[in-house]
Design a protein around this ligand. Structure first.
Ligand code: MN
Length: 722
């Protein structure tokens, strides 16, 4: 059945049509959907001036022509109610059930995607996104029917909109129809889009095609007659037809092979439709005995179906008057699939839904959607007709409206690193659909993602736990290692300096005179820095330098003197960090990002490899999970008066003057705001993240209490540094 260009305008026709292919259909449901749609769209009109209702009826009509189930047809009637009227998904669920509500919701969501990118390479991602969002394949079928009717009536739109919609159709929707194997819809969408995108070329090919068909009519009828006669001799029943290629597909061939219209010989293809597969091969033999086949032009898509399920035999022969003719031979079932694709499997046959176990359909869908995961039970896949077409991927938008693809479980960090390494390094979170989310947030298909950065941010090892992409992992690891090395070099050099001082050797001078480099080379290092790094990592003791820089006699003397003296009391360091680490001098201290302790918090230290001691809160989960042998007692040095950065998350009512009141609290408490991200979630709520300086826990507590007293503030929470 050729469905091209045939819009249904009356609901009665839809009813009759559905009844014809599915006598048991719930027609009350359809009537209800029709009346409902008519009511809510009342008073609305299309650009053509017609009542709006014409559109949903036409869309439902297309779905009925495709012989889809009643839920799909009802969805066609209701598909614009949520987007264009006051109707909600909840109302639809109450009135029409969950199934239809979900379908309409799915169509509405896809309609909200705006194809903004100007680059073709993004089109495939858009197609995938739409597929991923169409968890129920019927959603996509309804969306395609919607687009088809809009394309049929595109003339009424302003020029600019016409161009945009036509391009979107050419790049997104026509290929989707192709992928679903719905040939008639694919080619109709292409031809309609082509007409708007390149009107002159379209007209040129169209006119040439019509002339050519007129010229060849006698010729075509002659060939059909010869074929029918031959088949008649063998009492084979067949439907034969000659049909012209589509306008856009002729254009495609002309461009691809750089041909003029007159050089295209197969604008008309002949088709022989038979009852059994055996007959197909038998008829192929008859055709080849009738006319000489062109070598290399025979294709057996019955034995080797195309990925979209297409099956047919193709051959080209030298026909009467030496003209090449292309012939397709297939069964009725193959013909139906070739025209209607996946929809053929969704349609009702003899009043029954297609069996869920139809292995062929499952296989087909699998290949078509590039299904990547093994399925345990194909029936499960089909049971609800609900599928995750890309279970391992998510598709999200950049602020420019481009689509990026990530593995499932990817976070804002993966997104940030995909933009630029520096954006990744400085990422503190993201705004997803306008709301602030933490670094750990899992991106979802359809999210609009905008990365928030801060000059104070830098990567930490913990980030490796949050990322899914190789790129982000490599960049973070690289940064962390480089930073560790830098610190190790620092620690190593300080250690060497201390050791040398005991022998009254000046490190700077030793370096200048190349003595350190000489020792480094002895250890097969290229530079002094490499040697310091190794010492800093604890692989080499700084004492090895003494054995090479101080003569043995002197060392003996010193040893003797040392035993006479009283042991020196262990020093307690007063490191600049404001933390004392008992028993260890000048140790490098850093604060754990996970719990970000402040002076006043109960703390403990963890001895890292080459990065000094990391200070955690005493009850930090990460600390408790580590090797207890490496935990040391530490304490705050009260004489130090250093400020530390802490993050505060504030939820509040969205009122004017709020921000001023909050920053007033910080300044009156002598705390600096280093960074602030405030976002209003809607008219009522605001959320902010403030990085501020505080002296200690007591100071922080005072500030938090003051914030809680600000009018409208609902929640104040202390965060890590992230
Ligand atoms: Mn619509």
């Amino acid at each position: 059945m050729n469905l091209k260009g045939k819009s249904i305008v009356r609901f009665g026709e839809i009813q009759d049509l559905v009844k014809s292919y599915y006598p048991d259909a719930d027609l009350d449901l359809l009537r209800h959907a029709y009346i409902y749609s008519a009511q809510v769209h009342q008073g609305q009109s299309r650009r053509s001036g017609e009542p709006y209702l014409v559109h949903p009826v036409a869309v439902a009509g297309i779905l009925a022509q495709m012989r889809l189930d009643e839920a799909s047809v009802a969805t066609g009637l209701l598909h614009d109610t949520v987007e264009d009227t006051l109707t909600t998904v909840d109302t639809l669920e109450q009135d029409f059930g969950k199934d239809i509500a979900l379908l309409v919701d799915g169509v509405t969501k896809i309609s909200k995607i705006e194809f903004q990118s100007k680059e073709e390479r993004h089109a495939e991602n858009f197609r995938k996104m739409i597929l991923a969002m169409s968890r129920d394949i019927r959603v996509l079928l309804v969306k395609l029917a919607d687009r088809l009717h809009n394309m049929r009536t595109l003339d009424h739109m302003p020029r600019e909109a016409r161009q945009r919609i036509a391009r979107e159709t050419m790049e997104i929707y026509a290929p989707l129809a192709a992928r679903l194997g719905i040939y008639w819809m694919w080619t109709e969408l292409e031809d309609l889009a082509f007409r708007h995108l390149e009107p002159e070329r379209y007209e040129l090919i169209k006119t040439s095609l019509e002339e050519s068909i007129k010229l060849k009519e006698v010729h075509v009828n002659n060939i059909l007659r010869i074929i029918q006669e031959k088949l008649g001799q063998y009492t084979i029943e067949a439907v034969t037809k000659g049909r012209s290629k589509e306008i856009y597909s002729i254009n495609r061939k002309m461009l691809a092979q750089n041909l003029e219209f007159d050089q295209i010989h197969d604008v008309i293809a002949f088709r022989i439709i038979l009852i059994s597969v055996n007959e197909c091969y038998a008829v192929l033999g008859l055709i080849h005995s009738l006319w000489r086949p062109v070598p290399g032009r025979f294709k057996d898509y019955i034995a080797m179906p195309k990925a979209n399920g297409y099956q047919s035999l193709h051959t080209t022969v030298i026909g009467p008057e030496g003209a090449r003719i292309e012939i397709q031979i297939r069964t009725h079932e193959m013909d139906l699939i070739a025209e209607e694709g996946i929809a053929a499997h969704w349609s009702y046959k003899e009043g029954k839904a297609v069996e869920a176990e139809d292995a062929k359909v499952v296989n087909w869908l699998r290949q078509m959607m590039e299904w990547q995961q093994d399925m345990d039970d194909p029936r499960e896949f089909f049971e609800n007709v609900r599928v995750d077409l890309y279970p391992d991927e998510v598709y999200v938008f950049t602020p420019k409206g481009e689509v990026k693809e990530f593995p499932k479980g990817a976070t804002p960090l993966d997104f940030a690193y995909s933009i630029h390494t520096e954006v990744g390094h400085r990422c503190v979170g993201a705004r997803v659909n306008g709301k602030m989310v933490p670094l750990k947030y899992h991106l979802l298909t359809g999210d609009s993602v905008e990365i928030v950065t801060s000059a104070h941010q830098k990567p930490s090892k913990d980030w490796l736990k949050y990322v899914k992409t190789g790129r982000a992992r490599v960049k973070i690891r690289h940064y962390v290692l480089a930073e560790e090395r830098e610190r190790s070099v620092e620690i190593g050099r300080a250690g060497v300096d201390r050791e040398l001082k005991k022998w009254r050797i000046e490190l700077n001078r030793a370096e200048r005179e190349g003595e350190i480099l000489k020792i480094a080379k002895e250890f097969s290092f290229k530079t002094e820095t490499d040697l310091y790094a190794s010492i800093g990592y604890g692989r080499i003791s700084p004492k090895v330098l003494i054995t090479r820089l101080v003569p043995p006699q002197e060392r003996e003397k010193a040893k003797a003197a040392l035993t006479e003296e009283k042991p020196v009391q262990k020093q307690i360091s007063k490191a600049k960090s404001g933390v004392r680490v008992q028993g260890l001098t000048d140790i490098l201290v850093n604060f754990a990002k996970c719990c970000n302790p402040l002076p006043g918090d109960a703390i403990r230290g963890f001895i890292t490899r080459g990065r000094g001691v990391t200070i955690h809160k005493q009850d930090c989960e990460n600390l408790l999970a580590t090797d207890s042998n490496r935990i040391v007692d530490v304490s705050w040095d009260d004489e130090q008066n250093l400020s530390r950065l802490v993050g505060l998350s504030i939820d509040a009512e969205n009122r004017s003057g709020l921000l001023a009141a909050i920053s007033g609290v910080f300044s009156s408490n002598d705390s600096d705001i280093v960074q602030a991200n405030v976002k209003t979630q809607d008219e009522l709520k605001a959320h902010g993240i403030f990085m501020v300086s505080v002296r200690n826990l007591e100071h922080l507590t005072r500030i938090m209490n003051a914030l809680r007293n600000v009018k409208g503030v609902e929640k104040v929470e202390r965060m890590g540094t992230v």
